[in-house]
Design a protein around this ligand. Structure first.
Ligand SMILES: [Zn+2]
Length: 485
């Protein structure tokens, strides 16, 4: 994610209302079932203390077959999604995250009972218990107005009477399909969108087909690589679309809203076309591109941020080269190597911001060293400000998109580059994305990985940069060339 301006103060409200809803939750805690082979409830809580209701217990999602239709004037979304899941243990019930009203649920083709323990949870009670290790299919039929739904202080449905785009972080999926909504549970996707045939649909991965049936068309996109739920995107409306390839043959799908002014359309398309070259440049830095396509979408909707949706980043008409570098870099750092928990957000934002600095340095801008010197000389004047005291290995739910996560986050890598050398940092980052490709990783893992690969004791370095009580001292050990002026 990249804010339109880095000065925007954005406070995520902490799960209002859910603490009350938790009291209505029924079923045994997930830990009980691990002590016995008897079927037990999977539980509505996931793995993340920042947002405890993100994700669910006892299941692993393997594939989402999402089918939606949308009415732009009534703002109603109708959906039928089939989730293929595996039971991690014997389950008497399990849950999915969804904000829309549900009319029917089937498990392996059999009608199943369901309840709503809170507005974000769909608890499903299958006709018979599901054995540990078994793969099963859950079909959920739902219908509602996503614009009227909120969760965790967020109202993330982005639409007007002509266009909608599902783009947000860390939550977006519950506004349009049922899921285990946490990046630790990735899955592959088929996404089909049914709209009046004049509308165009852009989503993740490769376009499989577009079938016109009377006045409507169903567009089918497929993401064959594992993907975190928040990175699933649909942009639908009046779009101009363009398909091409990068110089090494990676398919590129770009789309620009035709509701933008003609000047904005031209500048947006011109910017989006840089995506192919930027992807090739990033491959040179970080190694093989992790997915089977790339591209981007520029929406006409008033959006104050860009997002790294897998293979298909989304932007406002204020799109510029740096933000494209940032979102495409996230394909390695964030999308392929995803956070283990949201506290690990530095591995996404710090690294994507570092890629911007590196790109700038090799395209006529300041050197990485000069950039670091400049930011440090300025920011060290307030050595105990939140820019320095925010814990980059655990910033807190309200601070995962603070400027410090981005800018100090990039400084950590620039300083590490000074400390171990540019070639060595590049080698470590390439090994890192290879080791965790299509997976998840934590900040602690990155620290241990870097020490193991370089053979250096970097404990003092990471303590000073990631979790210090003040600005790191301007020392060579901290990767800084000058003391604070
Ligand atoms: Zn970002």
């Amino acid at each position: 994610m990249r804010w339109r301006t880095v000065l925007v103060v954005f406070l995520l409200l902490l799960v209002p209302g859910l603490s009350g809803a938790a009291a209505t939750v029924s079923g045994a805690p997930a830990t009980v079932s691990t002590l016995t082979s008897a079927p037990a409830p999977g539980g509505i809580r996931g793995p993340d203390s920042y947002w405890p209701y993100d994700g669910n217990g006892g299941t692993n999602a393997l594939h989402y077959d999402v089918r939606i239709a949308y009415n732009f004037s009534e703002r109603i979304l109708r959906g039928r999604t089939v989730v293929t899941m595996r039971a991690n243990r014997a389950l008497s019930s399990f849950s999915l995250d969804l904000l829309l009203p549900v009319s029917a649920v089937k498990v392996n083709g059999w009608t199943a009972r369901f309840t709503r323990p809170n507005h974000h949870e769909l608890k499903i009670i299958p006709r018979s218990a599901i054995s540990a290790g078994k793969t099963f299919k859950v079909e959920v039929v739902y219908r509602g107005k996503p614009s009227q739904r909120g969760y965790a202080g967020e109202r993330n449905w982005l639409a007007d009477r002509h266009e909608f785009v599902t783009m947000n972080q860390p939550h977006m999926a519950p506004w349009w399909f049922p899921s285990n909504d946490h990046p630790s549970d990735k899955a592959t996707f088929d996404i089909r969108v049914n709209l009046p045939k004049a509308k165009r649909v852009i989503s993740n991965g490769i376009r499989v087909s577009r079938k016109v049936i009377g006045t409507r068309a169903v567009t089918h996109w497929r993401m064959s690589d594992p993907m975190a739920t928040y990175l699933a995107v649909v942009a639908a409306g009046d779009f101009l679309m363009e398909a091409s390839r990068t110089s090494s043959g990676i398919p590129v799908y770009n789309a620009v809203s035709s509701r933008l002014s003609s000047a904005e359309r031209r500048s947006s398309l011109r910017a989006l076309r840089r995506t192919a070259g930027i992807t090739e440049w990033l491959k040179g830095q970080f190694g093989p591109y992790p997915f089977s396509s790339i591209g981007g979408v520029v929406t006409n909707l008033d959006v104050g941020f860009a997002l790294e949706n897998q293979t298909r980043p989304t932007y406002g008409s204020w799109i510029y080269t740096g933000v494209i570098v940032h979102e495409v870099a996230h394909q390695w750092f964030g999308d392929s190597v995803s956070v283990r928990k949201w506290r690990d957000i530095w591995l996404n934002e710090g690294f994507a911001t570092y890629a911007e600095v590196l790109y700038d340095a090799t395209h006529g801008g300041k050197s990485v060293e000069a950039w670091l010197d400049g930011v440090y000389a300025s920011a060290c004047q307030s050595p105990t400000s939140s820019f320095w005291t925010l814990k980059l290995d655990n910033p807190g739910a309200a601070h995962i998109f603070d400027g410090a996560v981005y800018d100090r986050g990039a400084m950590v890598l620039a300083a590490l580059r000074n400390r171990i050398g540019a070639a060595e940092l590049q080698r470590v980052l390439r090994l890192w994305v290879t080791a965790h490709r299509d997976g998840n990783a934590s900040v602690a893992q990155f620290e241990a990985f870097t020490e193991a690969r370089t053979g250096e004791d970097l404990d003092g370095f990471f303590d000073a940069w990631l979790r210090g009580a003040r600005a790191p001292a301007g020392t060579a050990e901290n990767g800084l060339r000058h003391a604070c002026p």
